[in-house]
Design a protein around this ligand. Structure first.
Ligand SMILES: [Zn+2]
Ligand SMILES: [Zn+2]
Length: 341
């Protein structure tokens, strides 16, 4: 709880003008928000290894809860890969099979990337056309004994009510929302709503706090910060979509509960931004500006020049373990100036 963000959460709640409220229990001030904001300093091979271990853990749990098909799909997902590479950089990876399971770390990466490719051009265009400032707002609620589904519904219902209030309409011109699930150490669900809000003008933060309290009845802890770079802001919120922070601590019951959430939406747009997205054609805009090497490399093929070093690209067929060793080889080989994604 030493980082500035969690301290901000605590001090705001303690200094709240709503002093008639009881101080929430300490577990309420979960530091999960902070943890996920920390920089990711792992190497690419370490991240790949973590994904493999996570998938194997999920597949084992799936076996335990008698979901052999899911276990099989998870083990096959991204197990064979077609890798377009110059030997030092990877221009594109095409998996043989994708399981599309919400918790699969490989599939959620793909899903995050798709969301970014879809919404970033729309956000940039929206910002060009409107006098608004993007902010990242984290709304939280009190912990209660309830299922994951009930917890998600409670916070989403509160957000729907918030959007109907004149305060919200006056200050926000729309944006996106996404859900983040965590559990506290007592096993209670802690659901956050991450919002990229397009703010029309400044407002008193205490006003927002009292509005959130009015719609939730008991919650006033949240965090609000300006977004300097919209690409980084979007990247930050989409990573929460469908990705509980530590799946490797999941038990069989957690997995079962997640399977029950199949149709729960985890990401959406609201307000004028939602209408804007409906009429927005990304092909007129700068999709490539996302800067993702993989999306830029969509048209590359064997024999083309590597976008990073211009050496000729060739195709490698690798298993997921071989890809891991390939990453390790790149990372350990001199001169070490290897681009990471
Ligand atoms: Zn998958
Ligand atoms: Zn290269």
């Amino acid at each position: 709880m030493n980082s500035p963000l969690s301290t901000a959460l605590i001090s705001r709640s303690q200094n709240s003008s709503l002093s008639t409220l009881e101080t929430p229990p300490r577990t309420y001030l979960d530091n999960r928000v902070t943890k996920s904001h920390r920089g990711n300093k792992q190497t690419r091979s370490q991240r790949a290894r973590t994904r493999l271990q996570t998938k194997e853990h999920l597949a084992t749990l799936a076996g335990e809860i008698h979901e052999p098909e899911l276990a099989d799909k998870l083990r096959r997902c991204h197990s064979r890969l077609s890798v377009l590479t110059c030997g030092r950089h990877i221009a594109r990876i095409i998996p043989n099979f994708t399981c599309e399971f919400r918790l699969c770390p490989d599939c959620s990466r793909r899903r995050s990337r798709k969301l970014q490719n879809k919404y970033l051009p729309a956000m940039r265009a929206f910002l060009r056309n409107h006098r608004v400032t993007p902010v990242h707002l984290v709304l939280t609620q009190t912990h209660q004994p309830e299922t994951r589904k009930q917890s998600a519904k409670r916070i989403k219902d509160a957000f729907t009510k918030l959007q109907r209030r004149s305060f919200w309409k006056e200050f926000f011109k729309g944006g996106t929302w996404s859900l983040e699930y965590t559990k506290d150490k007592n096993g209670l669900h802690h659901t956050h709503l991450h919002i990229i809000g397009f703010r029309r003008k400044f407002f008193d933060i205490e006003l927002l706090r009292s509005e959130w309290l009015a719609v939730t009845g008991d919650s006033h802890v949240f965090n609000l910060k300006p977004i300097q770079d919209i690409a980084a802001g979007l990247c930050e919120v989409v990573k929460y979509v469908s990705k509980p922070l530590d799946i490797r601590k999941f038990g069989a019951a957690d997995l079962k509960e997640f399977i029950g959430l199949k149709n729960m939406r985890m990401f959406g747009t609201f307000g004028e931004f939602r209408d804007f997205c409906k009429g927005f054609d990304p092909s007129d805009n700068d999709v490539a500006a996302v800067g993702d090497l993989e999306s830029l490399a969509r048209d590359l093929a064997e024999g083309c020049a590597c976008p990073k070093c211009a050496a000729p690209l060739f195709d490698l067929r690798l298993s997921s373990d071989e890809l891991l060793r390939f990453y390790e080889g790149i990372e350990s080989s001199p001169p070490g100036k290897v681009g990471t994604s």
